[in-house]
Design a protein around this ligand. Structure first.
Ligand SMILES: *Cc1c(COP(=O)(O)O)cnc(C)c1O
Length: 755
């Protein structure tokens, strides 16, 4: 009689039988051995029990992968739309559900980051003690250059609770709490705050900012020491040459804590004098400002700082004391100037002005378009410009022509290459050679043909993924960017309503057909931005179902706007809407993407639009509306929205329709907050530019009827794009701020014999 099977043997039989039909036992063994060899890099001589376990787990997982992907696809396809009943609805984006194949964890470079605690001043120096520690685990992503054999590293950090996290709680029986607190620690790197141009003073955000800064600075110092001495063992190294090897470019004020953190390392760990440390810090750091909107500027309450980063607060106070001493010497008795320039803002709640900290702690400060750099010198940072004019620079933003032309619009890239060769891809200034062909009928034809192909392709995409049919022969009039009052999607919306009313009034006129597409995300807590989306979808509902209008006007709101959608819609666009109130858009980069892809711009003299008009010729853009000086003058004289409303009949009609429920028949007062804002407290002066905008749009419609002239203007724009390559931007940062010259050495390919 056969011996009865043990439980383990039974499970083994069942599991092998369970796999029958999928693969046989010998395939299973082969795959197990393959994983042991290739995945775990072990053979049977050295494999541990854990290696066998992982090899088996991987073998089994292979069987799940097909079903796993299919299930996720199914969920994705069945997903309810983001936009629900015309409103933006957020959903979690679990983008790591499939893992991230590009990143490589580097646990060997894990670093501790300290929070909370208190400061002890001892004869041996300053000590930051009784801190809570969170570990920073680095993940490296390769960043390849364009056909130059260069692969740089982007190092990101993930928060990890240490093994002994809150062990003292554990000892007193707080086991559950200790485990829960581990999660709190790891929350630091779990979420990205979704605001655009808005400061939210949450402790978790300050923790995130310090976490990234502290991890990165430890990494910088470790790498600097090992590059100098081939070892991290050297405890005391002279860091005075740090600025010769390292540049820290503060991308907005979010990493501003790098300044007090580097001071802390130099003072408390490296035992440098204040003067020496400050010299190293200011020669290493530089600051890029990205906005002048006051609600976007970081001002952290001192109480938060005192609790979370007590040593950094002490250092900031000392930076401020010395800074104000200098200002007081330059301007004796000017107390108001000291108040304006202080790093500490007085008030009910004292706050640290992070932009002021960045300017004082940096050797260079820049804006991101010429007009913006001029504005910060004249207004936001005027006092600082007066004492240190040499610090202030401009670095106009740029975009990469690889992604934003060659990859997303291969048809256009090819048409250009046929005329001027391929070198323009690395040297975008060469696009000006296209001007030679501006009257060449074959180029005009080819450019128009590529645009039409892109429009057909995008129409098919919209039909498949958004279930809407559009007229590919209409003008594609596109405004895609974050939804924000200063970007004035509402001005676009008023134009839509005006066009609609005109078509209804004179249905037999030869109107230029338009498909107006607006896309972008609102910050989840920004009520007005969400209501703007609701208004656009409501207007679309009325306009798109009006039989009198037909396919001469369609309004589409593009939900879930992101880079992958930008890469599809921008090559298909005819008209690019860049209509912010002059003085509010620091640069914009969307404007440049459209220009490079053969769309014409309707825009204000704001941000990089100014330089685009300069490069392409102002006559080749549709520029309208108030200049910065006009806006400033109006701020002094007072902006009276009612005056425009009462004087301009088409504006009054559009507003009365919005206010009266024409676009929201089920809820007449749905848009009352927008109406009230536009009429009574509109910071961005939408009505003041309405007339000029509508007139300019009329010119756009007229030119669109003349495809040849339109396309010639497009060629002038493409030819004028050279300045807006990020290659130019980065080389200016390198030469003019970081003090570097490009290396002429070429890195050999891995299979190159010279090495
Ligand atoms: C380029 C880009 C932006 C920036 O657009 P602006 O018009 O400059 O505000 C925003 N979102 C996405 C997805 C982009 O590709």
């Amino acid at each position: 009689m056969p011996k009865p099977l043990t439980d383990q043997e039974k499970r083994k039989q069942i599991s092998v039988r369970g796999l029958a039909g999928v693969e046989n036992v010998s395939d299973l063994k082969t795959n197990f051995n393959r994983h042991l060899h290739f995945t775990l890099v072990k053979d049977r001589n050295v494999a541990t029990k854990r290696d066998y376990y992982f090899a088996l787990a991987n073998t089994v997982r292979d069987h799940l992968v097909g079903r796993w992907i299919r299930t996720q696809q199914h969920y994705y396809e069945k997903d309810p739309k983001k936009i629900v009943n015309g409103w933006q609805v957020e959903e979690a984006d679990d983008w790591l559900r499939y893992g991230n194949p590009w990143e490589k964890a580097r646990p060997e470079y894990m670093r501790p980051v300290h929070f909370y605690g208190r400061v002890e001043h001892t004869p041996e120096g300053v000590k930051w003690v009784d801190t809570q520690v969170v570990l920073a685990l680095p993940y490296d992503t390769p960043v390849p250059g364009y056909r130059n054999n260069v692969v740089n590293t982007m190092r990101l950090w993930s928060a990890k609770a240490p093994c002994d996290f809150n062990l003292k709680d554990f000892n007193v029986g707080g086991y559950i709490q200790a485990v829960l607190d581990r999660n709190l620690a790891e929350n630091i790197s779990r979420v990205l705050y979704p605001n655009d141009n808005f400061f939210e003073g949450k402790e978790l955000r300050l923790k995130q900012e310090y976490f990234v800064v502290a991890a990165t600075l430890q990494d910088i110092v470790r790498r600097f020491k090992s590059s100098k001495f081939g070892s991290t063992e050297v405890v005391r190294v002279d860091l005075s040459t740090l600025p010769d090897k390292v540049a820290i470019q503060l991308n907005d004020t979010h990493p501003a804590l790098a300044i007090p953190e580097l001071m802390r390392i130099l003072l408390d760990t490296e035992h440098q004098t204040w003067e020496k440390a400050w010299d190293i810090v200011t020669r290493t750091c530089a600051y890029t400002n990205h906005t002048v909107l006051p609600e976007a500027l970081e001002r952290w309450p001192i109480d938060l700082f005192q609790n979370l980063l007590p040593r950094h607060l002490e250092i900031i106070f000392e930076i401020n004391r010395r800074h104000l001493e200098r200002i007081a010497n330059l301007y004796p008795g000017d107390h108001d100037r000291l108040r304006r320039m202080s790093l500490v803002e007085e008030g009910d709640q004292k706050k640290i002005n992070m932009a002021h900290l960045c300017i004082v702690g940096s050797h260079a400060v820049n804006g991101v378009a010429r007009i913006h750099s001029d504005i910060i010198k004249a207004t936001l940072f005027k006092d600082f410009y007066e004492v240190d004019p040499h610090k202030f620079q401009n670095k106009t933003n740029g975009i990469t022509p690889r992604r934003w032309l060659v990859m997303c619009n291969p048809g256009l890239a090819e048409v250009i290459a046929e005329r001027i060769g391929e070198d323009y891809i690395r040297d975008l200034g060469q696009l000006k050679n296209l001007l030679e062909f501006v009257d060449d009928d074959s180029l005009i034809r080819d450019i128009a043909k590529v645009k039409q192909e892109n429009k057909l392709k995008f129409s098919a995409y919209l039909e498949e993924h958004y279930k809407v049919k559009i007229n590919p022969n209409s003008m594609f009039d596109v405004q895609v960017k974050r939804i924000h009052e200063y970007k004035r999607q509402l001005l676009n919306c008023l134009h839509i309503i005006t066009l609609y009313n005109r078509i209804k009034k004179e249905p037999n006129k030869n109107w230029t057909p338009r498909t107006i597409m607006i896309g972008g995300k609102a910050a989840p807590g920004y009520h007005t931005a969400k209501l703007i989306i609701r208004l656009i979808t409501a207007v679309g509902d009325i306009v798109n179902h009006d039989e009198v209008v037909g396919d001469r006007l369609k309004v589409i709101f593009l939900e879930n706007y992101k880079v992958t959608l930008a890469e599809k819609i921008i090559p298909a666009s005819d008209l690019s809407e860049q209509i912010s109130t002059a003085g509010t858009e620091a640069s914009g980069t969307g404007n440049m993407k459209f220009m490079l892809n053969g769309a014409l711009t309707i825009g204000t003299m704001d941000g990089a639009n100014v330089e685009m008009a300069e490069e392409a010729g102002e006559e080749n853009l549709f520029i309208f509306g108030m200049r910065v000086d006009d806006v400033d003058a109006m701020d002094k004289s007072g902006y009276d929205a009612m005056e425009y409303y009462n004087r301009i009949p088409e504006l009054k009609l559009a507003m009365d329709q919005i206010a009266g429920g024409y676009f929201s028949p089920d809820q007449h007062d749905l848009f009352k907050d927008i109406v009230n804002m536009l009429l009574h407290h509109d910071r961005f002066k939408v009505f003041a530019d309405y007339e000029a905008y509508i007139k300019c749009q009329d010119k756009v419609s007229a030119l669109y009827k003349n495809p040849k002239e339109w396309t010639k203007m497009v060629i002038h724009n493409i030819a004028g794009c050279g300045k807006f390559s990020s290659d130019r931007t980065i080389s200016q940062y390198a030469r003019e701020i970081w003090g570097m010259e490009p290396s002429l050495e070429r890195i050999p390919a891995p299979d190159d014999p010279r090495q």
